[in-house]
Ligand binder design. Structure first.
Ligand code: BES
Ligand code: MN
Length: 472
């Protein structure tokens, strides 16, 4: 049956869509094995964007993805940037009144170190007990491949899609999307759409989908403390010079109090207060301290006492040390006073906080906390603002229905603590509704050893995507 030739467009069109939907879902299920094999092949490419040694692998992943999109029936191309390439693809039918959805994802992955904590090689993907184990399995290759497979299933099964589709898949998300913002600003026509769909997060469980209506932003930099021209003998000079590792510890320790509050002057100035309704809605998320402990192995929860875990995660800013190095860390002992000490610092930001303002505040507080005899300097400042997303758009409602049909329950509304820096640019440059519907699980170990993606999440992700395109 052909949509264009129906006499009573509405009812027959609806019948046709329901029929097409079940056929496409059936087809996707029948291709299960093949789609798993495809994902395993994709995950074997170590597209670590942060590490220059992997630049060629990042390119390989982009080429693989473009080929895959072409095989699915889309027009696809690589677009060069000053960094890693973008993969852009589209499919459009003859009916220009149909909505267009832009699906965003990232084909780069986090570094896999420390390798020794992986039960199997992060870039030799394996299926164990219903999970695919590999770096990038959940964040984000498995999730955006589910969307590509949904589109492929429509095109292979029906030769058409219910809506127009564009894919924008980048290779620099895990390094803060340094080149995508300007690309979006310069290519608003190419990216014109009715909504942006992003699956780069998690469900609460396979029976409980989550619609994310906020993401935190990020403000980061490195700090360098120097006390000496070079490392010196810790006996001959110890007691007469400042130790940079200790000085750095002192500086960092001054940034947070024992209860977990950031003590940097002005840090909370622009943070919005939560309304009673929003606190109530966030309290609906079934997430306890026990869940937190189970997922992380933390000895206890730690954070601002006057906020719940969900509030701390999504509505409160943080300051964290991501790494510190100084002196000798090899085997045995080396009795030195190191010349320098360094740390990587990032703050997670909430809506209305400006990354550069926060960086200045934190750096000023660190200068103020530096003891005498210490030279302190900073580098690699970068940031992206938080986003807050309205849920009333028709496209968002389509995603809510798709999630409900796929997972059996309507989604909860959550503020996510992680960041997808480009979401803010999509909002300001394209001005269209953004849908954040994650396909992974909280225990996927993203950014950690033994990252994994459940086969059932992959299948449900395809189903949710197929249903979403139909609902649109
Ligand atoms: N997929 C994550 C964001 C995320 C994390 C969503 C946790 C839901 C739950 C994304 O790939 C990511 O890790 N983003 C980075 C961005 C940074 C490197 C600029 C992040 O949040 O650290
Ligand atoms: Mn990530």
């Amino acid at each position: 049956m052909c949509f264009e030739s129906t006499i009573d467009g509405r009812s027959e069109g609806e019948l046709w869509r329901a029929d097409m939907l079940s056929q496409v879902l059936e087809y996707a299920r029948s291709q299960r094995e093949r789609y798993v094999q495809d994902l395993l092949e994709y995950l074997a490419i170590p597209s670590v964007s942060a590490q220059p040694d992997h630049a060629r692998d990042v390119k390989m992943a982009a080429l693989w993805l473009a080929d895959y999109l072409r095989a699915a029936g889309l027009r696809a191309e690589l677009i060069a940037t000053p960094g890693h390439p973008l993969v852009y693809a589209e499919w459009s039918g003859h009916d220009h009144h149909r909505p267009t959805v832009l699906i965003y994802g990232h084909y780069d992955v986090q570094p896999a170190e420390p390798f020794e904590l992986w039960q199997s090689d992060p870039f030799k993907p394996v299926v164990r007990d219903g999970y695919i184990y590999a770096r990038g399995a959940s964040d984000n290759k498995g999730q955006h491949l589910a969307h590509v497979n949904a589109v492929a299933s429509y095109l292979r099964c029906e030769g058409t899609l219910p809506v127009n589709v564009k894919f924008l898949l980048e290779g620099e998300e895990e390094i803060g999307s340094p080149n995508l913002g300007s690309f979006i600003a310069q290519h608003r026509d190419l990216l014109a759409c009715d909504c942006v769909m992003i699956s780069d997060g998690s469900l609460r469980s396979l029976a409980q989908p989550v619609l994310t209506y906020g993401l935190r932003g990020l403000a980061g930099f490195e700090v360098h403390v120097r006390c000496l021209a070079h490392d010196v003998h810790s006996g001959h000079y110890g007691g007469n010079v400042q130790n940079p590792a200790l000085a750095l510890a002192q500086i960092l320790a001054a940034l947070k109090d024992a209860a977990g509050r950031v003590t940097v002057p002005g840090f909370y100035d622009d943070v919005r207060t939560l309304s009673a309704e929003e606190r109530q809605s966030l309290a609906r998320i079934p997430y306890s301290e026990a869940d937190l402990v189970r997922e992380t192995g933390a000895l206890a929860a730690f954070g601002e006492p006057e906020f719940t875990i969900s509030e701390r995660r999504g509505a409160r800013p943080t300051l964290e040390v991501n790494g510190m190095w100084s002196g000798y860390t090899g085997p045995g002992s080396k009795t030195i006073i190191p010349a320098t000490a360094h740390a990587k610092i990032t703050c997670r930001l909430v809506p209305h906080q400006e990354p550069m303002k926060v960086i200045q505040q934190v750096q000023a507080a660190m200068r103020a906390a530096a003891p005498a005899g210490v030279e302190i300097s900073f580098s690699d400042e970068r940031g992206s603002p938080a986003s807050l997303i309205a849920l009333d758009a028709a496209e968002v409602q389509a995603a809510i229905r798709a999630a409900q049909h796929t997972y059996g329950n309507p989604p909860l509304y959550e503020l996510e603590g992680g960041s997808i820096p480009i979401v803010h640019d999509f909002q300001t440059q394209l001005g269209k509704p953004i849908i954040l519907l994650g396909f992974g699980l909280p225990e996927d170990n993203i950014h950690a050893p033994n990252e994994r993606f459940a086969l059932s999440c992959y299948e449900k992700g395809m189903e949710a995507s197929i249903r979403f395109l139909a609902e649109l």
